[in-house]
Design a protein. Sequence first.
Length: 352
Amino acid sequence: MNVPPADRSATPAPAPASAVVAQPEAVAALPARGRRGAEAGGGGASGGGAGGGAADGTKGRLHALGPVGLVLAGGISVQFGAALAVSLMPRAGAMGVVTLRLLFAALVLVVICRPKLRGHSRADWGTVLAFGAVMAAMNGLYYQSVARIPMGTAVTLEVLGPLALSVITSRRLINLVWAGLALAGVFLLGGGDFGSLDPVGVAFALGAGAMWAAYIVFSARTGRRFPQADGLALAMVVAAVLILPFGLVESAAKMAVPSTLALGAAVAVLSSVLPYTLELLALRRMPAPTFAVLMSLEPAIAATAGFLVLSQAMSAMQAAAIALVIAASIGAIRTQVGAGRPKAPSGEHSLN
């Protein structure tokens, strides 16, 4: 989740809160992530960001790599946090883990953002409630999926939601190619018939993907109605309240164990607070389309985290499937970037 922007007197003010998610070129991969929170923090900068002007080319290149490193670090934090959550599930259950994550994330966001409760219209509160409900559903479905199928597979299926939203909203024929590529990846992911995958886990992952697409829509609306990360903080509280009964029913006593509480807090920091802070910093210094392309790499990061932390091996066919879905996501993003870029006047050439 994003935190309020820090004071950066040497740089231009960030774009409006909803700028990143509202841009169509970023739709295919922006999280998202109650799993992502790019909508609430800073707008995508259009260029290099704050550096004060590098004295030589080497220093400039190193500075340019900075935001890319921040995004990748955020992605690694998210997926390794998810791997830690999976390892915690035998103690607290899937719903217990997601409850702990949302509760701790909501607590941190409220303390940091201190959102105002007054001065909002009924429509504002309706948007926050809808956003929180979508966030709770997305997290609950995702954690149910990774309790049943490998992380890399779950994230690959989940990313189909934003990809489908991107294809539908773009209305360009080339996106049918990207959709076909993604479907081919999904076919390979199931070994041709999905017989090797838990069908319930697959259904949960696809449901999480649908909620991810809805998250993108509602995050943009929330960002337009609330300053900074206030809307996200309030929506996170709503999500935590909605998911709490499910966590209590499944594992109330288990969640109260001190070691489980500590691990739940660690999951919240790794999967929410830290990555969204890193992404917020990166979004001030890189274009939103670049950020979206980097976010498309998450299935690969998830597969790596699943292998290293949970010993979830992946076949060559499944690795190829993930590569196809990643390629489809990147292709859809680049297509929308091209569609949104203004054409150069007659006699002139675009520098891009």
